[in-house]
Write a protein that binds this ligand. Structure first.
Ligand SMILES: [Zn+2]
Length: 63
């Protein structure tokens, strides 16, 4: 017999540890920028890059 039964438990911690992308914690997905006092959403890449610039102005938020 070439096919041997391999023990695979889908409920094991090793199988569930890497489910989905590395999501940010809900409590830590934003911060207040110390430069312009604007709330920066960490899941918005444009905002993160903007607020990393020294001496920047608050980002204009138009929707
Ligand atoms: Zn800022």
């Amino acid at each position: 017999m070439l096919n041997q039964v391999r023990p695979m438990d889908p409920q094991s911690p090793a199988a569930t540890a890497h489910r989905g992308p590395p999501a940010l914690r809900p409590c830590c997905d934003s911060y207040v920028c110390p430069v312009c006092d604007q709330v920066v959403e960490l899941n918005d890449f444009r905002q993160v890059v903007w607020h990393q610039r020294p001496g920047h102005q608050p980002m204009e938020m138009d929707d």
